[in-house]
Design a protein around this ligand. Structure first.
Ligand code: ATP
Ligand code: MG
Length: 625
């Protein structure tokens, strides 16, 4: 096994050699002529001239050796069903779905929008779209009509695949009326809407537009649809970012580079082996779900679990019972989900045999120490943080345990992943910073395979948004702020717009949040900076108490904690004790909305918020204090 430094260094110094080697992990219909074309920076074109298909790599190529092996395990706590599809069965279902799409006129380059809960047909639809060379755009099923309409407007799908309803905690959550409203709101109209009925409720069918999946499937039982061979650089999907900092951006992903990058992460980051089972608790509506519920495990010949339900139903042991039952080796979740579990008794987790499980990977937001400690003691497995973005499609910072087992450091997602030429820079001068200096996390172009090619339909916005922080330098901005320690481990300090500049000191909101979170009666906290005449900016904290009956004197104690740990310069000017925080549907705290209401501004685009009422509640608390 090559050691991390050699492996990483080769990826940076000899990218063509390195990625040419990784490209052997997937099957090509036609070999590429050139590994990388970077003649038009910042647009990187990987595996130029090569032809492949992601669906072929995820399904067809495994039929030879794994046709009877489990491929997709669809578990729904909501409908009390568990269905395992072998690779052969998955192949057949994907072919049926592809034939149905083809009959609706879907062809190469068309968009297929998928607005579905966590059910097997959603997976079939993703794979079938790519089989035809169409571009899918999966929209998280929890979004309401306004957010959905914006994505329909932007992606202009030929076909929408949806259902009449989802289920959450036993309650029927209608999808169809939201979809109909979204289509009404959008000026673009899809030619057809494929409804995969779950027989959960009645719904209205729009004549001439809506078609029924079950009827069409019955008509296509024996269908076989050849994979459409795509250029490696042809797009595979569009996925909109979470919208934590503003209007979501339509990230466009390629085909060959993405398949190669995902395949390379499985042995080298996730230590996962073909034939094993992966359980990623994300949702197919997010980038982690695209990569690690669907594509990477299937490309790698694993079985993957798709889970419909909540982590607490019927109790906090549900995920772990699945680890035991399906002998899961590799698990991937998010800190926000673990914080939900943390409010429960760890005995629910401890009662299961987790001997098959190697590691629990977490990503999506900062992993705070109390959360990491709690889950690590409850499951007694390595907890491995990794840092990335919808834009990159796969980890930027991680412990590449498959390459070399590296020690974890609490609070750090680790070291730069192969392919990423990370630079920690001064965002004003572009100058590279040394160890223990805070700066902007940037990636020197070209971005490695699998990262965004552009923003859908808007090359200009792609260049302006990400590549113009430092004029004259090809540096991709992550918009995250970090620091590197003496061993080269990175620590994420927050987003660049979350930096507080108080009396000449630059502080990351994350540092102050970590400090406040160490108080024994704080369950969760958000810190934002607001304008201050004297100091430029001051920090304001919003803390959710663990025990709401013991908040007497909490503000004072929190301030003292920060004084002690970071010094009075970091002390928040005010601490609000709140029952909840505004979060995106993916569980990220929307600090800009808190900042806006504190500064008396309009909170801007809040369409991606999980619960808009929380902002109103917090507004009341601010006004009342
Ligand atoms: P938008 O770009 O639309 O505002 P978003 O940035 O929240 O939304 P995502 O692409 O889902 O959309 O999230 C990526 C961001 O999440 C990163 O830029 C970083 O701020 C945060 N993040 C992800 N993983 C980690 C991690 N392991 N540690 C700290 N922060 C993380
Ligand atoms: Mg972002």
């Amino acid at each position: 096994m090559p050691k991390y430094t050699d492996f990483f260094q080769q990826s940076i110094d000899q990218p063509e050699l390195f990625w040419g080697e990784q490209a052997k992990l997937i099957d090509w219909n036609q070999p590429f002529e050139k590994v990388l074309d970077y003649s038009q920076p910042p647009f990187a074109r990987w595996f130029v001239g090569g032809k492949t298909n992601i669906c072929f790599n995820a399904v067809d190529r495994h039929l030879k050796d794994r046709s009877n092996q489990a491929a997709l395990i669809a578990v729904s706590v909501e409908t009390q069903t568990e269905v395992t599809y072998s690779y052969q069965e998955l192949y057949e279902e994907v072919n049926r779905m592809a034939a149905i799409m083809q009959a609706q006129g879907v062809k190469k380059g068309d968009r297929v929008l998928i607005y579905m809960p966590m059910v097997a047909t959603a997976c079939f639809a993703m794979l079938a779209a790519l089989r035809l060379g169409a571009i899918h755009s999966v929209v998280f099923g929890g979004f309401a009509s306004h957010s959905l309409a914006a994505r329909i407007e932007d992606a202009k799908p030929t076909l929408i695949v949806s259902t009449e309803a989802g289920l959450r905690g036993g309650k029927v959550v209608p999808y169809k009326p939201l979809l109909d409203e979204a289509i009404n709101l959008s000026s673009h109209k899809p030619s057809s809407v494929l409804i995969v009925s779950r027989h959960l409720c009645d719904y209205e069918k729009v004549a001439g537009r809506d078609v029924d999946y079950h009827e069409l499937r019955a008509a296509h039982m024996d269908a076989r649809v050849d994979c459409t061979w795509l250029e490696a650089t042809d797009p595979s999907y569009i996925l909109y970012t979470s919208g934590t900092t503003g209007k979501p951006k339509g990230v466009q992903r390629d085909t060959g580079g993405y398949a190669v990058a995902l395949a390379a992460t499985m042995p080298n980051i996730f230590c996962a082996k073909p034939g094993e089972t992966m359980f990623c608790t994300s949702d197919i509506g997010w980038v982690v779900g695209h990569g690690y519920i669907i594509y990477a495990p299937l490309i790698h010949g694993m079985a993957t679990i798709m889970f419909e339900g909540t982590p607490l139903n019927p109790d906090a042991g549900i995920w772990w019972s699945l680890v035991e039952k399906y002998r899961v080796s590799t698990m991937f979740s998010a800190p926000t989900a673990i914080r939900v579990l943390k409010k429960q008794d760890p005995k629910f987790l401890e009662q299961y045999d987790l001997s098959s499980l190697r590691n629990l990977f977490l990503a999506g937001e900062p992993l705070d120490e109390p959360t990491a400690d709690w889950i690590s003691s409850a499951i007694q497995k390595p907890i491995i943080d990794n840092y990335w973005q919808t834009e990159t499609g796969w980890p930027i910072l991680a412990l590449q345990h498959g390459v070399e087992v590296m020690p974890t450091k609490l609070g750090s997602p680790g070291l730069p992943v192969f392919g990423y030429n990370m630079k920690l820079i001064d965002e004003n001068t572009g100058e590279e910073l040394g160890r223990n200096q805070k700066g902007l996390l940037a990636i020197e172009g070209p971005l490695p395979p699998g990262c965004l090619q552009t923003l859908w339909g808007d090359d200009d916005r792609f260049v302006k948004t990400y590549w113009q922080t430092i004029p004259g330098k090809m540096l991709y901005s992550t918009f995250d702020w970090g620091i590197k320690d003496d061993d080269g481990y990175y620590f994420i300090l927050g987003r660049t717009d979350d930096v507080i500049n108080t009396a000449g000191h630059r502080l990351g909101t994350r540092e102050i949040e970590e400090s406040i979170a160490s108080h024994s009666n704080v369950a969760e906290v958000a810190v934002v900076g607001i304008a201050d005449n004297l100091k430029g900016q001051v920090a304001i904290a919003f803390a959710i108490p663990k025990d709401a009956s013991k908040t007497e004197g909490l503000e004072d104690q929190i301030m003292k904690t920060v004084d002690r740990q970071l010094g009075p310069v970091a002390r928040p000017a005010k601490v609000y004790v709140v029952p909840a925080l505004p979060k995106t549907r993916s569980g990220k705290i929307v600090r800009r909305a808190l900042q806006a209401i504190l500064e008396g501004r309009d909170p801007g685009d809040v369409s991606t918020l999980e619960d808009k009422n929380i902002l109103t509640q917090i507004q009341g608390i601010i006004q009342g204090s």
